[in-house]
Design a binder for this molecule. Sequence first.
Ligand code: SAH
Length: 396
Amino acid sequence: MHVVRLKKGKEKAVLQLHPWVFSGAVESVKGKPENGEIVMLTDNKGDFLAYGFYNDRSRVSVRLLEWNKDAEINEDWWRSRIGKAVRARQELMSSEDTNTYRVIFSEADFLPGLIVDRFADYLSVQILTSGMERNKQVILDTLQALLNPLGIFDRSDASARSHEGLEASSGGILSGQEPPEFVTVKENSVLYDVNISAGQKSGFYCDQRDNRRIVSEHVSGKRVLDCFSYSGGFSLNALKQNAAEVTSVDSSALALETLGRNIEINNFGAAAHRLIQSDVNKQLRNFRESGEQFDIIVLDPPKYAPSRSALNKASRAYKDLNRQAMLLLTEGGLLATFSCSGAIDITTFKQILAWAALDAGKEVQFIYQFSQPGDHPIRSSFPEGEYLKGLLCRVF
Ligand code: SAH
């Protein structure tokens, strides 16, 4: 096995079980490992630290998998590692009311670069590192054996793969049968049609499952505005819990078309509901001009800060968005506001909201803190895996 030796004093994070070794920490590479090959990592003296996937194209040179020197990373190892994640989900997600969730969450499940989601009888797989690419077959075989899906299809994100020097994957079915154009999944008894065919990859954000339910506990008889609605996660839960009226705003025609389908398949067609295709910032200003107000507003924007360098710009964007929403709330109304930017932690997010409130001339109480659900675990030695946060705010 090839050996990667660290620079002096660079072993601290590895000893704390952090799974990334950055290229700047590497002193030497013995031999010429191929990208994705398993290497042995040692400290500067040559003492064993861990095993991991090597990649000279990525800024993470080694992605660590195993800290036990005696372990052999063979088929049994893969089965055992994948089995751990699968069993944890089977325990966590045993309710009949939900059949869509994350089965494997990359580093958080000790499997860097592998994401697996369940959509009813189908699995989607994202292979994002060269190490996972090399082991694709055993991964697929194990998933098939443990979960017996009708089909496993590829949804690997091209930009994540490019950081590893991997070509964009062709997408499509990897094993079993092709899913129908729409697979109907169930989350807390709400139905969603998910288009998982190779072409459109619209998918579904299962990380908001718990938060959708929590927000819906407050909506009965209320006027709800769901901004960045996508296929209607928050809107459909609000309709189910008897909101007086729900307005969903998204810029994507496809998202709203899917939301329209989802309203039908849940038989919510008779409820008071509006779909508005628009830029949210623009639409919030329109509502202000027309004097419309809401009792509850959900803000679930896409990731504004893809990295730390974008922090200032993103903070301003979050602030402005939240300020606009606060101005549309009735007295004492609720704002459920989210950020899925890993670079913005909950403390920073609270500061942004305090800043937005001041600018809006409002007072805000934080009454609940949202996080990511248990199928998106946060590994204690990998804080980078914590990305989704939100606050339920009462606005006066
Ligand atoms: N709340 C959704 C997930 C939101 S994902 C759920 O529960 O499933 C983010 C959504 O924001 C996407 O649907 C995207 O189309 C939409 N979006 C991104 N930028 C936007 C903008 N400026 N205005 C309106 N929608 C936008």
